[in-house]
Structure formats: C-alpha cells, structure tokens
Design a protein around this ligand. Structure first.
Ligand code: VAH
Length: 315
C-alpha cells in the first residue's frame, strides 16, 4: 500500500524534483505538495497541492489529518546566503518548521519524517578534506547553526520519543530543472545558464574554492533510498554525510569548455566567499555506503553533459 506523503516546501530547488520523483513512484494522488505559494506548472498540474506556511503547526496538522498523511518531507528552509541577511527569520523558519513536524510525529499523527541538513553544519575548525561523519562542528553561519541544532533535536526525538526522522547533510545541489534558492553554491547552477546564454560567467566565489557538490538526480535517489531503508539500518539519527563530487569554479569552467570551447569565466568574490571558506572541500560519505548502500553516479563531466543537454532541451 503506497504511503501518503506530504512535502512541505515542495516548490523549492529540491522540493520540486523530489515531488515529481515521489509522485512517479507512489502515484500522483498519494503525494501532496505544499508551499507558501504555488509552484511550477508541472508540479501544480500533477497532483494535490496545499498552501502551507511551514511555521504554522495547525496548518500542517489540518493537511496531515485531511489527507491521512503517513510521511512528511520537510524541504522548506532559508539557505545560507539569505539567512545571513535575515538571521532571525532564517532561524525561526528553519527551527519552528522542524519542531512542527517532530511534534506531529511525537503525537503519532505521522509515522516518518525526512529533514534535510547540510554540509553547512561544518565550520572553519572542521577537517576540510574528506570530512568525517563524526568530527568538530563549529558552524559560523545562521543556516549552519540551525542545521546543526536541528540534527541534535532529530536525534533527541528519535532517542526520547522513538520518532523515525531521517536526514542527509546535502552538499551543494545542481539541477537544470529548478533554480537554486539563495545558497552559496548557487554559482554552480548559474554558470551553466550563463554559459549557454552569454558564453561567459562571473563567479562570486574565487577560482580555487573547492566545495562538495552533487547532481540533483543523485540527491533525489539518495533521499528516497534513505527513506526506504529498513529502520534498523538507519544507524545515524542526526544526519548522514553525503559527498558526491568536489570541484572548484575553475574546474567546472574547464568541464564546460570541453563542450563550449569559447566559454570564459572571471571571478568577483562577494560576501559568500567567507561562507564557502568556512565549509569543507570534500566529504566522507562512507557511513551512508555502509548503512544503506549509497553510491553517487554523476561525476563532474557526466553532470556537465546532463546540465547542458537539459538546459538546451528547455529552450
Ligand atoms: C547553500 N545550497 O548554499 C545550500 C547548501 C551546502 C550548501 O546547503 O546554502
């Protein structure tokens, strides 16, 4: 019997693709999309949609009861760059929304939760290369602090109340189907759009800023794999490292130049450089491999081909 799923923040960068993937898998009618405002036409036309403010407990509870929801994917959040401009709005959105769904599960109104964390939980004192699952975490951004705190609460609700909440520390995610929403890794999406439109791009991160990244197809597959894993195999109830690939703006530009030889890049680092400098360059996701057999499929070259082909097909 297919689970009844509610996706909160369904119109965002991850939420949009996650909604379409889950509707394909579970049946359109079994996946209720929700967000603070309507989203892409394909999402709106393919299944049920509700307007929900993720900080409004009653609004979520009403939809959960009305549709007899089993599982909630909470994808609404304020990302790193935007949260630095609006710290308290970012903190309140990221934390109030999490407590809303954790408490619904504690009261047995839903049975399973997915909640996205981020490699932003790591900070400048964290080992930068191949960052371990368990290590020093002193995040210096509002977003990273909210995700680190959220991980602690997820583990608390699992240990104290038996809430089946599962989480992934996403790296920067790259997709041609949806635009990013105010993150520090957004350059790695913008660059493809600009390469096709103008054959040039000005990067807001410096040339050699290596960050952990992942093609969206891999991230969606990882999310569904974790949610489908047997509960006994989900041994980490804070959040799983997820690594994927690691590259710099110069390296992604080189991969684009293999397909668009006259593409050029220049660099004008802005306030997001300090955020990126506080994050790891690459991630050790061996625990995800050990516990639920995770393995990414897209390397940089394969992702660049998919991105350019996907964007060209849209125009
Ligand atoms: C951000 N895209 O840039 C998000 C992500 C690891 C980065 O969490 O804020």
């Amino acid at each position: 019997m297919a689970s009844k799923i509610l996706i909160i923040g369904a119109c965002g960068q991850i939420g949009t693709e996650l909604t379409m993937a889950l509707r394909e898998k579970q049946g359109n009618g079994n996946v209720v999309a929700s967000d603070i405002r309507e989203g892409a036409e394909q999402l709106m036309q393919s299944g049920p949609f509700e307007i929900i403010d993720a900080t409004d407990y009653k609004a979520i509870e009403d939809v959960v009861l009305h549709y007899e929801i089993d599982e909630v994917y909470l994808m609404a959040a304020m990302l790193s760059a935007t949260a630095e401009k609006f710290p308290m709005r970012g903190w309140n959105l990221n934390m109030d929304s999490l407590f809303n769904v954790l408490n619904l599960a504690k009261e047995k109104k839903i049975s399973k939760i997915f909640w996205p964390s981020s490699i932003a939980v790591f900070g400048p004192t964290t080992p930068k290369q191949n960052t371990p699952q368990l290590t020093v975490m002193e995040p210096t951004t509002v977003y990273g602090i909210s995700k680190q705190t959220g991980e602690r609460w997820c583990e608390y609700y699992f240990n104290k109340y038996g809430v089946d909440v599962r989480s992934i520390r996403y790296p920067g995610l790259i997709s041609y189907k949806t635009l990013p929403g105010g993150g520090t890794t957004d350059y790695a999406v913008e660059i493809y759009h600009e390469a096709l439109k103008n054959k040039s791009y000005t990067s807001f991160l410096s040339k050699n800023t290596a960050l952990p990244m992942m093609f969206m197809d891999d991230a969606i597959r990882a999310t569904i794999s974790l949610m489908e894993a047997d509960a006994k195999d989900v041994k980490i109830r804070s959040s799983y490292n997820l690594g994927g690939i690691s590259f710099t703006p110069a390296e992604i530009a080189e991969s684009i130049q293999k397909e668009i030889p006259d593409f050029t890049i220049d660099y004008a680092p802005d306030f997001r450089q300090a955020i990126a400098d506080s994050w790891p360059s690459s991630i050790d996701d061996s625990k995800a491999y050990e516990d639920w057999n995770w393995k990414h499929e897209y390397d940089l070259e394969k992702m660049t081909t998919a991105m350019l082909e996907g964007l060209k097909a849209q125009n």
